[in-house]
Design a binder for this molecule. Sequence first.
Ligand SMILES: C[S@@+](CC[C@H](N)C(=O)[O-])C[C@H]1O[C@@H](n2cnc3c(N)ncnc32)[C@H](O)[C@@H]1O
Length: 244
Amino acid sequence: MTLTRRGCISAVSASLMAGTSFRLDAFQNQGARPPGAHEDKTDGKTWIQRLERPDRIPGLKTDQVIQCLKLRPGMVVADIGAGTGAYSIPFAKAVAPSGRSLSVDIWPELLEYVAGKAKKQGVTNLQTVLAKLDDPNLPRNQVDLAYFHDVFHNTNDRQAYLKILVSELKPTGRIAIVEQEYDDPIAKKWDHDVDRIQKGQVDQWMANVGFKLVDQFDIFEGRNNPAGTGMPARWFVVYGRSGN
Ligand SMILES: C[S@@+](CC[C@H](N)C(=O)[O-])C[C@H]1O[C@@H](n2cnc3c(N)ncnc32)[C@H](O)[C@@H]1O
């Protein structure tokens, strides 16, 4: 099985997967964390200030992400934890005219902000969705791809969240996750140890809901992470239903 892709083009050996080192033993119970350290008090207005830094944008690599995810007209894509819509708006353009981009977040201020931005840019195929902390509230059986960029670690009970998410996707739906490298110094500064997650944990939570790894990309890894964006190095994985 060849999964890790350089950029979005060539594949390399699965030995990278087999050799992935993660400390599952230390985290095996994390899928159902009790309330506490992870609680994020950041509100919608604060997120707007944090996310709209112009120096952050090159670190998002939106065009490459669209290419990696093979977005095409007609698809329905959910940008979960959309923030200020850095991905939702390019996603809407990529799936237009017949597709839709769902900009999903727990903060109404952010959704209003994204809707305003879409209007200014003449984007008409973007819809906002107010999520709950433990449920993205996606329209049933319509979404082809759920995308999380720097968000999935914000969910509390990850296993329970995925169970709900997969019940909302189309049978052929995929889930893409971009997350901070566990030991990246910026990630360590932002989030408590107990809140950060590792690829191996996600593989296990996904397996428990009948999903398997179908792609992974290195575009956000250390050597490919542009300097000066203030973004940590990240891993980028895509899952699909095991039977598909
Ligand atoms: C670090 S920001 C990332 C924003 C955007 N994905 C980006 O990279 O530009 C995290 C976002 O996730 C949202 N969020 C946090 N917990 C969430 C949850 N359980 N469900 C949906 N969104 C959530 C926050 O409100 C915030 O907008």
